[in-house]
Design a protein around this ligand. Structure first.
Ligand code: PRP
Ligand code: ORO
Length: 213
């Protein structure tokens, strides 16, 4: 694990964006941990997260025209990362996000921000079973654009709809890369290193043996 990954894990734990307990996920799975990107809820916290995403995007080398964040938590991620790409990397990046419910007055529609066109990089917090990414691909294609890849903070390394990991399914199905700042493997290694709670490491490993790959 690199220092920047350990630092992000430590910061996420400190602000309780990474929590341990009993959580129901979008997939219905019952998880002993949860990454809540909504708790990067001050300017300073969000700037720190956005800088990590912007650095990950630069490292990934994925070519794209537009950054797209799915509602809800993808919205501040797309906006703040576009800012970080401009201020830290001199890269002017158009961004967009969707409304969960289309608006029928004013400007109308379901997409806010720039037009979805060309190659679109999806930015989200986590991938569990891959549902959110599949929904994003449909939205991008319906707008006449093409998905270029996905960047996330945490790959939970879980099964998707078949025996493959959700990330592998996304890569195979859409022929696009998925770049993750952290993985469940990093998280378990971090908990193991800290040596605070052997029971927690065991619960994480149990969960991994049930849903992981
Ligand atoms: O890989 P999946 O199984 O789809 O799970 C991960 C998705 O679930 C959460 O979104 P959610 O729709 O719960 O909403 P939010 O952003 O509105 O909190 C999370 O932000 C990811 O987008
Ligand atoms: O699978 C999910 O719903 C999910 C997992 C997680 O760690 N964080 C999150 O926001 N959603």
């Amino acid at each position: 694990m690199h220092d920047y990954q350990r630092e992000l894990l430590s910061f996420a734990t400190e602000i309780a964006a990474l929590r341990f307990g009993d959580f129901t996920l979008k997939s219905g799975r019952q998880s002993p941990y949860f990454f809540n990107a909504g708790l990067f809820n001050t300017g300073g916290r969000l700037a720190r997260l956005a800088e990590a995403y912007a650095a990950a995007i630069q490292t990934s080398g994925i070519a794209f025209d537009v950054l797209y964040g799915p509602a809800y938590k993808g919205i501040p991620l797309a906006a703040s990362t576009a800012m970080a790409l401009a201020t830290q990397h001199g890269r002017e990046t158009p961004y967009a996000f969707n409304r969960k419910e289309a608006k029928d007055h004013g400007e109308g529609g379901a997409i806010v921000g720039t037009k979805l066109a060309g190659c679109v990089l999806i930015i989200d917090d986590v991938i569990t079973a891959g549902t959110s990414v599949r929904e994003s691909v449909e939205i991008i294609r319906a707008a006449g654009a093409e998905p270029a890849g996905v960047v996330i903070a945490l790959d939970r390394q879980e099964r998707g709809r078949d025996a493959r990991s959700a990330v592998q399914e996304v890569q195979d199905t859409y022929g696009m890369p998925v770049h993750s700042i952290l993985t469940l493997t990093d998280l378990i290694a971090y908990l193991d290193e800290s040596g605070d709670d052997a029971g927690l490491v065991e619960r994480m490993q149990d969960y991994r043996s049930r849903y992981g790959v």
